[in-house]
Design a binder for this molecule. Structure first.
Ligand SMILES: [Zn+2]
Length: 120
């Protein structure tokens, strides 16, 4: 399927606090979707999210991380194409299985935004 001529469709998130791509401000994830803030990315601190929107998956590859061998794929912002982190597709270590299907997003690649929704 060739979608290259189509402008990327952006999903907008609802939430008081969301994380956006620091390059183009596309909505990426909600504050509630954070599983852990204690992860290490390529550029320093990274967050583990259970759900991330507006991303494109790169090719799957096996990578040896601090916690062992994992099958991962880079994730990039659908709107501006910048790589923001990776997804864990498969964890070889039993103790790391909880990360499968979860997303690492580099803190340096995102900004936190408060959406001031008027509540009456
Ligand atoms: Zn972006």
């Amino acid at each position: 399927m060739d979608t290259s001529s189509q402008p990327p469709h952006q999903v907008y998130l609802n939430g008081d606090q969301i994380y956006t791509c620091s390059g183009c401000h596309a909505h990426l994830a909600r504050n509630e979707d954070i599983i852990s803030k204690g992860f290490q990315g390529r550029h320093g601190r990274a967050y583990l999210f259970k759900n991330v929107q507006n991303i494109t998956l790169g090719p799957k590859e096996d990578r040896i991380l601090m916690t062992g061998l994992h099958s991962v794929a880079d994730i990039s912002c659908t709107i501006c194409q910048s790589v923001v982190g990776w997804i864990y597709i498969y964890a070889f270590e039993e103790s790391q299985k909880y990360k499968e299907g979860k997303y690492i997003v580099e803190k340096a690649k995102i900004s936190k935004e408060n959406l001031w929704i008027q509540k009456e």
